[in-house]
Design a protein around this ligand. Structure first.
Ligand code: MG
Ligand code: ZN
Length: 355
């Protein structure tokens, strides 16, 4: 009898905790974008890694439809803008609707609601994907104007390449000096990034684009965890966007072995983020892509080997949907076929952000 009673209490507690988890809202969101990461890119990493990836720990999955407002096949400007701002726009545009009107991003809205915010990328911070979260420009190639847009926000942490767009500019402004005046710590290498534990941080680790793998080392996972360390000081929560930027570039090069290297670097980052989310319990992790690159498929392979028979059908992007993986409170909202513009309104609701 006594055992039975204890068991029923335990049973009740288990059911209660499950219900509690399912209905809980996240306080923190970590949104990871694998640029150009279709299902073949994910699977090539999984095959080379011996039939496993960290992202398999995600409990929900689905697909995102990536077409832009004027093209069946999106670029990273319109693709990033859809994910960040919740609007389909014209290819090449950043943080604007097709009529060139600026649209607030989920990061800007989170900042306005007093959450901490951050961007960590494996490319210049002025490149199309990170720019979509912070800038509003008619053309993705306006790197200096995009850099200037970082100063119009109160973003807490941003780390990547692109130093020259802040310090060596045609208008003569030195944005680093201006950032320091706004109380940012500005650092230029990953060790200095890791040393900053609070306040506001800018890491401009490369003059232009970050090098590819393996030359970049653990820049992406290390910078991501350093950013989380700082952002997590805010009891209200945070929004962090992390980009595995160069899966796309390897796809443009039709270089399958490089796709694997970039994919595994991204997945290493995902593993660390999921470890944090598991311990934390209040963190929603979303992993998706802005589009697929290379029209990649795998005809033959062997588990544990990066020797695969891979076929690319284009040097550019393709129009197929991309996978979505989710973990944590609210993850159940990210299943089935989704429009790429559906992430922002869902996150807005889950984080209870006010406009
Ligand atoms: Mg990108
Ligand atoms: Zn691309």
């Amino acid at each position: 009898m006594k055992i039975n009673k204890n068991l029923s209490v335990l049973f009740f507690l288990i059911i209660f905790s499950q219900v509690g988890f399912a209905q809980k809202s996240p306080k923190k969101v970590i949104f990871l974008i694998g640029d150009g990461m279709g299902i073949a890119q994910v699977y090539s990493g999984m095959v080379a890694n011996g039939n496993k990836l960290n992202l398999e720990q995600c409990t929900y999955s689905g697909f995102s439809k990536t077409y832009s407002s004027n093209n069946f096949t999106t670029d990273s400007g319109a693709g990033g803008t859809a994910l960040a701002c919740g609007v389909k726009t014209k290819n090449g545009m950043i943080g604007m609707n097709p009529d060139s009107v600026a649209v607030e991003s989920i990061l800007e809205l989170a900042e306005k609601n007093k959450l901490s915010t951050g961007i960590v990328v494996a490319c210049a911070v002025t490149h199309a994907t990170p720019a979509s979260y912070i800038a509003h420009q008619v053309n993705r190639n306006m790197y200096e104007e995009i850099a200037t847009d970082y100063l119009k926000t109160d973003i807490d942490v941003f780390i990547g390449g692109g130093k020259k767009y802040f310090e060596d500019r045609t208008d003569g402004r030195n944005l680093t000096t201006e950032l320091k005046a706004k109380n940012y710590n500005v650092v230029y290498n990953i060790d200095d990034v890791k040393a900053v534990k609070s306040g506001k941080l800018v890491g401009l680790l490369y003059d232009d684009q970050n090098p590819n793998m393996p030359e970049r080392g653990d820049m992406l996972p290390d910078a991501t965890m350093a950013a989380i360390d700082i952002l997590d000081n805010n009891k209200k929560g945070f929004f962090l966007m992390v980009e595995g930027s160069q899966i796309d570039w390897a796809g443009h090069d039709n270089n399958a072995k490089q796709v694997v290297k970039e994919m595994l670097d991204f997945d290493k980052t995902i593993g660390k983020v999921l470890d944090f989310a598991k311990k934390d319990g209040n963190t929603l992790v979303i992993i998706t892509a802005d589009h697929e690159t290379g029209g990649m498929t795998i005809l033959k392979g062997k588990m544990g080997s990066d020797e695969m028979n891979v076929v690319f059908t284009t040097k550019n992007h393709s129009g197929v949907p991309v996978p979505v993986f989710a973990y944590g409170p609210g993850a159940e909202k990210f299943t089935g076929f989704m429009e790429n513009i559906s992430f922002k309104p869902k996150l807005e609701k889950l984080l209870k952000l006010k406009k």
